[in-house]
Design a protein around this ligand. Structure first.
Ligand SMILES: NC(=O)c1ccc[n+]([C@@H]2O[C@H](COP(=O)([O-])OP(=O)(O)OC[C@H]3O[C@@H](n4cnc5c(N)ncnc54)[C@H](OP(=O)(O)O)[C@@H]3O)[C@@H](O)[C@H]2O)c1
Length: 332
């Protein structure tokens, strides 16, 4: 798989990353052996940019699994770029969301815990998962910069941030990448965060590139989803919106059929064209629990779309019904 430069701080990553959250929770039943096989398939495909968070899995199970994989099954740790995040605070044992913290003391503690779970002496790319609603972003990034100075973290990222937060954070320390949602269904950052990335030389890591599976045509309603599947709470999957949104997939399906590709590949190929339009580095991090689907997703890199095909996909996002996220929980 080809690699590319993310931001201007010297980080080189695979052109597609693996979003790891589903390997531990949120998107249906988890099969540990299959999850480890998926991580091995990522390594085989050269998809060496792994995206996790201390939020993923009860007691940060996702980081623990990646740590075990890197130690035992994955071979050389240096072959992987490990990105993780801090911010949401969960109750040990139950995983209940208690709040969000991005104050300096918390940043330091969270980093130590992630290093321990990942079994490594450094994190390649460390993000604030979501800024809390109190700490100025300058203070958060200031504390993250100290981790870089101490050699515990190599590069800094901000996730779920506004253009103003990105600018303010970048003044404190060069930000390598922003990680926000971007897909054929979610284009709300193209006029805000994306121009700031272009101006400041910051890469864009596109999360939920399939709009949580919807764009693949495989998950277009809550039918058949597990009781605890996070999509049951998401407005776009709600019965009041899902039928309308499923009809919007028609041009994706048409292009996929004409090209002998899958809808997932077309959705990723569209994102892989964003650098031509916006002059920034864009790395999608599709999530999957399956080695076969991972290989399918990797093959999107050899599916350049024509300008006619891109034009046919252009108006989908503006017709989508339902917010990308449920309303935030009421936290004390
Ligand atoms: N920073 C943040 O706040 C934030 C928020 C959300 C996500 N993320 C990151 O972004 C990553 C990706 O986003 P996501 O996992 O939320 O959603 P996504 O990548 O848009 O979609 C994942 C869903 O698509 C399905 N899928 C994957 N490849 C497929 C294929 N080829 N054909 C059919 N279905 C396919 C997966 O099912 P299977 O697993 O069954 O293949 C899963 O249900 C996450 O893993 C996480 O690392 C970050």
């Amino acid at each position: 798989m080809r690699t590319l430069k993310l931001g201007e701080t010297g980080l080189e990553v695979s052109a597609l990353g693996l979003g790891c959250v589903g390997l531990s929770e949120f998107y249906g039943p988890v099969d540990r052996e299959e999850s480890l096989a998926t991580l091995r398939a990522a390594a085989d495909a050269g998809m060496t940019f792994l995206d996790t968070s201390d939020y993923y899995g009860i007691d940060s199970a996702n980081e623990r699994m990646i740590g075990e994989f890197l130690a035992k099954g994955g071979g050389d740790r240096s072959g992987f770029t490990v990105a993780t995040k801090f911010g949401p605070v969960r109750e040990p044992g139950t995983g209940e969301l208690l709040g969000v913290r991005s104050d300096p003391a918390y940043v330091r503690t969270a980093c130590e815990a992630s290093l321990r779970r990942l079994g490594t002496d450094h994190i390649d790319l460390y993000y604030v998962h979501h800024p809390d609603f109190v700490t100025p972003i300058e203070e958060t990034v200031g504390a993250m910069a100290e981790l870089v100075a101490a050699g515990k973290v190599r590069h800094l990222g901000l996730s779920n941030v506004s253009a103003a937060e990105l600018r303010a954070g970048h003044k404190m320390h060069p930000i390598t990448a922003v990680q926000n949602e971007w897909s054929l269904f979610t284009r709300e950052y193209e006029d805000t965060v994306v121009p700031v990335c272009a101006e400041l030389g910051i890469g864009f890591v596109a999360y939920s590139p399939f709009s949580r599976g919807f764009l693949t045509g495989r998950h277009t309603s809550t039918d058949g989803l597990a009781e605890d599947d996070i999509r049951r709470s998401m407005p776009r999957f709600d019965a009041s919106n899902a039928t309308h949104n499923a009809a919007l997939l028609a041009p994706i399906r048409r292009i996929a059929e004409a090209r002998g590709a899958t809808m997932a590949q077309v959705a990723l190929a569209w994102l892989l064209h964003r650098p031509d339009m916006h002059h920034i580095a864009v790395v999608p991090i599709p999530g999957t629990r399956s080695p076969a689907r991972l290989r399918e997703n990797a093959n999107a890199l050899s599916l350049p779309l024509t300008s006619e095909e891109l034009a046919a996909l252009d108006s989908i996002a503006q017709q989508v019904k339902g917010d990308r996220m449920p309303p935030p929980p009421d936290l004390d």
